[in-house]
Design a protein around this ligand. Structure first.
Ligand code: MD3
Ligand code: FE
Length: 223
């Protein structure tokens, strides 16, 4: 479902088994060192708690150690998460072959490999009941590759705005456990936020109280 140019909602992208797998990974990533932490921005303390793999996001940049936590090295970004993101981006119409410095379609081997979106960041947001995320845009990545988001647990209201500022017009979309959302092209720098979650709406079998969102991104930084 295309919500705005470049913004594609894929409801039910992850079945129950994949949701359990991703949740299990999030639980491992959340443990110290370099585990779940509270983020302090110049504007105050975020109600969402966060953990990153691959690269650590802090206001407003990326680092290889948890600069606003325990200083430990960030956990490695798993190859499977990059595959999930590439396949999901492809399902939303973003063909991996268009990325990077790939040659003509059909050209020999290297082009296909070099052309893959080199996803290297997993950013996990945990929303306890009552948590929200204010309208913002994500401009710290030096890559135009689409951001892929996976939702787990409680449903939420996701607010997708415009590139001009934090105010209207916007579109509110309900995101549920297992949904994916892909943001690329003209939507990549749009303002967005999560004004509320819906506590108690997580699938009972998942065993998650609250909401988790995993965004998969390309930093554009050298390995
Ligand atoms: C649109 N997370 O981590 S996911 C974030 O549900 C973030 O936790 C929200 O906004 C959440 O930065 C929304 C959807 C999302 C993620 C990244 C985007 C939308 C985006 C980057 C660019 C444009
Ligand atoms: Fe964001």
């Amino acid at each position: 479902v295309t919500v705005a140019p470049g913004a594609v909602h894929l409801p039910g992208r992850l079945g129950p088994g994949r949701q359990r797998e991703l949740l299990a990974a999030c639980r491992v990533w959340s443990r110290p060192p370099a585990g779940l932490r509270t983020v302090r921005t110049p504007g105050g303390v975020m109600s969402v708690r966060q953990v990153c793999v691959g690269l650590h996001w802090y206001p407003y940049g990326y680092a290889r150690t948890v600069v606003d936590g325990d200083g430990a090295p960030v956990k490695p970004f798993p190859a499977w998460l990059g595959e999930w993101a590439r396949r999901t981006a492809a399902a939303a119409g973003y063909a991996a072959e268009e990325a990077g410095e790939a040659g003509e379609a059909g050209e020999a081997g290297a082009a296909g490999e070099a052309g893959k979106y080199a996803y290297d960041i997993g950013l996990v947001n945990f929303y306890p009941p009552g948590a929200r995320m204010g309208m913002h845009r994500d401009g710290d990545e030096r890559s135009a590759a689409p951001v892929v988001s996976f939702s787990l647990g409680d449903a939420c209201v996701f607010r997708f705005g415009n590139t001009a500022g934090r105010s209207r017009p916007w579109t509110d979309v309900e995101l549920r456990s297992g949904d994916a959302f892909v943001f690329g092209g003209p939507s990549r720098l749009a303002y967005h936020g999560v004004p509320r979650t819906r506590p108690g709406t997580a699938p009972a079998a998942l065993g998650l109280a609250g909401r988790l969102n995993v965004t998969v991104r390309v930093s554009g930084l050298d390995g």
